[in-house]
Design a protein around this ligand. Structure first.
Ligand SMILES: C[S@@+](CC[C@H](N)C(=O)[O-])C[C@H]1O[C@@H](n2cnc3c(N)ncnc32)[C@H](O)[C@@H]1O
Length: 264
């Protein structure tokens, strides 16, 4: 999925059911997340992050934090009491709008819609933590690599980069299609699309795609990069891997790692 399409998808998700689009528990679909419960999960996540840094013996300055792919502001609202400033970046204008509505920290939290595959908005060495959870897994690896390189560039010398990324899919492709939950009816859908593609001229295919996209729920695609590749990529970009922990993030067949990285 190209960045423009990715933006469209997340913009629709942000308009339809923003809190569910962030934490997609089936029983929370249809606006059923109570905001307090949703934001409490952000607080828990950030207090775990500080405990984890403590355990690792890593102390970071408390100036400016970057929350990349901030969504509705779940993490940023929990980061704000701990830093002078928190910057949230997201590709989706509708998600940023929701985040602004829930902001309780005024100007200390700043928001940016970023449609680019870089973070040219920010200078080198700007952020003490760069945090990105449940974001990179939804984009094609070509973008994951671009953003990881940018995270290293904007990370301050005594800061940490803390991010979560899917490693590999453990089921079969068919299972992935039918059980992932993010990919409804993809197995049948894929066969149908192949058939339609083979027999239909391009303009009609385009029309079909437009109607399908308009009618269907936007899909959160899933991708991953093997942890060994992530580690060498970070090293090439001046990263020092402090820790990588395998930790599931949902009842999913994706293997998933949480990385903690400093700058050399
Ligand atoms: C599942 S939500 C996670 C939100 C937040 N990180 C959290 O944990 O609460 C994924 C978010 O990533 C954003 N996103 C996806 N691709 C992005 C990109 N290329 N640049 C910035 N944000 C992106 C989406 O718009 C969405 O708000």
């Amino acid at each position: 999925m190209k960045l423009k399409e990715l933006q469209k998808t997340w913009n629709r998700l942000g308009k339809q059911d923003p809190l569910w689009a962030v934490i997609s528990y089936p029983d929370k679909k249809g606006g059923k997340w109570a905001p307090e419960g949703f934001f409490q999960r952000g607080k828990d996540e950030i207090s775990n992050f500080f405990e984890y840094l403590n355990k690792l013996g890593v102390a970071i300055p408390r100036r400016q934090a970057l929350d990349f792919g901030c969504g509705a502001g779940r993490l940023r609202q929990a980061l704000a009491p701990n830093f002078d400033k928190v910057v949230g970046v997201d590709i989706s204008p509708s998600m940023i709008k929701v985040a602004q509505q829930y902001n309780r920290f005024g100007d200390r939290c700043r928001y940016y819609v970023n449609e680019r595959d870089d973070l040219a908005l920010f200078k080198d060495n700007s952020f003490d933590p760069v945090i990105s959870l449940l974001v990179l897994q939804h984009m094609h690896p070509q973008y994951i690599r671009r953003y990881l390189a940018e995270f290293m560039r904007v990370l301050a010398p005594r800061g940490v980069l803390y991010f979560q990324l899917t490693n590999r899919y453990l089921g079969s492709e068919d299972q992935r299609a039918s059980t992932d939950g993010y990919r409804e009816n993809m197995a049948t859908g894929h066969r149908m699309r192949t058939l339609i593609k083979n027999v239909t001229p391009e303009p009609l295919q385009q029309l079909y795609r437009t109607i399908r996209d308009w009618r269907k729920e936007p899909l959160m695609e899933m991708y991953g990069i093997e942890s060994s590749e992530v580690e060498s990529f970070l090293k090439e970009h001046g990263g020092v891997l402090v820790d990588a922990v395998e930790k599931p993030f949902a009842p999913s067949k994706w293997e998933c790692f949480w990385y903690c990285v400093t700058k050399s």
